[in-house]
Structures are given as C-alpha cells and as structure tokens.
Design a protein around this ligand. Structure first.
Ligand code: NAD
Length: 292
C-alpha cells in the first residue's frame, strides 16, 4: 500500500475561495480593502519568488498588496524608518518583512519594530507570547498551514504522539506550542497532542521518529527522513523546501517513505501553498482588528 497524498495545492485553492468570500463581505461592510505591505530588501532570487507569490495570492482573493523594494545596502536606521512609516499608515493592515535580511541589518530589531496588530507573520514577541499562553492573535503561517493540512484531511492530533524535527522560531517551535495546547480554534481534535521536538543535538533520532503517529519534518536537509525512520502507517508532513539541481525537494525521501507511511505531503504542493493561504487569512484578520 502506498501512502495517501496530503494535497496542499488543491486545499489552498479551496481555502483561498473561502477567504475571497470573506474579503468581499469585509469590503462591503467596511469600505476598506485589506492591504498587505511586503518589504523586500535586496534581490535574493528565492525571496523575489516568495514575495511575488504572496502578492499574487493577495490580489486573487481581492486584497491589495504593496511592494516596498529596498536596496541591499540599506542601513538599520533607514529600514527602521520604513517599518515605522508602514506602522503609521492606516491604509496598510499587514506588514511582511521578507527574510533573510542583509548582514548589516539586525533582523530581530526589525521584526520587533513591526506593530503587533500588523504582524501577519506572528513573529513579534507579543504575538509569540500570546501563542505560548494559548490566546493567539495571529497564528504563524507555516505551522497553521500544517494544522490545516491535517484538519481538512480529517486527521486529528489529539491523544496522538507527534514528533517534530526542527526547533526554529518560524516552524518547529511554534508548531509544537500549537499542537500541545488544550484548545485549538480548529476544534477539539487539533490540540492535545503529545509532542516531542527533535533537533540537531538529539541522540538516537530514528528511535524517536519511529514512535511518531504524526511525523513533521522541518529540517532543511534534502531527503533527510528515510523509510527506516518512519513507522508503518504514520502520517508524515514534509515542511522542507530544498533546492537540489534546480529542483525543489522536501526533507522526506518521498519515493521511499510513501511505501511505508499512511499519509504523506508532497513537496512542492504540500505545506508551501497553505503557508500563503494562512498569510491571507492573517491579513484579513489584521484588517478586521484595525477596524475595531
Ligand atoms: P532552520 O534551519 O531554522 O531549522 C532547521 C532545524 O532542523 C533546526 O532547528 C535544527 O536543529 C534541525 N536540524 C538540523 N540538522 C538536523 C539533524 N541532523 N538532525 C535533527 N535535526 C536537525 O529551518 P526552518 O526555517 O525551520 O525551515 C526548515 C525547512 O522548512 C527548510 O527547508 C525551509 O526552507 C522550509 N520552510 C518551508 C516553509 C513552507 O512554507 N513550506 C516555510 C518555512 C520554512
């Protein structure tokens, strides 16, 4: 038996239709179009693609997107000034600072400067703190995308053993917080997991991954998860995006693992499109929060 595919691409399309309807209703009620400002520093090709995709998605659901394009040699103070101006701008509801930033910039200081109500990536310490305390404002896009992928495929995590590989502030850590909480906005089945977080210093990794009912890979290493690391029938979610010879591959050895897993998300076409859908959802929520 081969694994059932967790198709993020068609799910993202479905979610975007739902968001588009809510945007239309929002515009009718408020005479305001939710607007995302994307800040792009420099000309990193991957960042260019990410920002373009995010802006296109905004427009597809009836939201506006602005691009603030800045030269790679911009100073910390100048960039702080750009963020401050967007914070003050009532026509901007969400601010996205595309990472990575050039080396002369202290990224943490920039992300901390984004107004918490406009922080649609949920990177601000206030928003992270709220997630940790189980009273989230905005949910971080990739972790929320993973949860949606499970939820909309009818796969509950409650009482399940979830193993996450990766402890980053963007994926692994917030995902662990969401999965272990008592309550989820998505419903009962999407909280109360028993979560193990593995990382680069974890000994005996395969022993731990084989215990997982749900295995989530956010490692950033191509085909790192082999079939031997997966329990038969497990749900495997691949967050990884790695470029190998002009091709995008995940953190999971797809061909081998699909013969073992019960469910498997592909790369591309898995978590990636959902990350963008969740950004749209947060931008709409941000616009609503700023109307109040
Ligand atoms: P990161 O580099 O910040 O974190 C990687 C994590 O993997 C670290 O916590 C590290 O401890 C762990 N790790 C590294 N080597 C390991 C090893 N040998 N054994 C066990 N753990 C190990 O990366 P990130 O930002 O969390 O992203 C992870 C992957 O997900 C990347 O491929 C990234 O491109 C991708 N990503 C995808 C999306 C999406 O929308 N699908 C969004 C963000 C990141």
């Amino acid at each position: 038996v081969t694994a059932k595919l967790l198709d993020g691409k068609s799910l993202a399309r479905e979610l975007q239709h739902e968001i588009a309807e809510r945007v239309m209703e929002f515009v009718q009620n408020n005479a305001v179009t939710p607007t995302l400002a994307a800040v792009l520093v420099g000309t990193d090709p991957a960042s260019e693609v990410y920002v373009r995709n995010k802006r296109r998605a905004c427009e597809k659901v009836g939201m506006e997107s602005r691009l603030v394009r800045l030269p790679p040699e911009i100073s910390q103070d100048e960039l702080m000034g750009v963020v401050a101006k967007l914070n003050r701008d009532d026509g901007v509801h969400g601010i996205l600072v595309q990472l990575p930033l050039p080396s002369q910039i202290q990224a943490t200081r920039i992300l901390d400067a984004v107004h918490p109500l406009k922080d649609v990536d949920a990177f601000h310490p206030e928003n992270v703190g709220r997630i940790s305390q189980g009273r989230p404002r905005y949910l971080p896009c990739t972790p929320q995308g993973v949860l949606q992928l499970l939820f909309r495929n009818g796969l509950a995590v409650a009482e399940k053993r979830v193993v996450i590989i990766g402890r980053s502030d963007i994926v692994g850590k917030p995902l662990a917080l969401l999965l272990m909480q008592r309550e989820s906005a998505l419903g009962e089945g999407m909280a109360n997991a028993t979560v193990t977080v593995c990382h680069s210093r974890t000994p005996n990794l395969p022993t731990l991954t084989r215990e997982a009912d749900v295995l989530i890979a956010a490692v950033g290493k191509p085909r790192f998860i082999t079939a031997e690391m997966v329990r038969a029938g497990a749900i495997v979610v691949d967050v990884g995006i790695n470029r190998v010879n002009e091709q995008i591959v995940g953190d999971v050895d797809f061909e081998a693992v699909k013969e073992v897993a019960g469910y498997l998300s592909p790369v591309p076409g898995g978590v990636g499109p959902l990350t963008i859908a969740m950004l749209l959802q947060n931008t709409l929520a941000a616009a609503a929060a700023q109307m109040a």
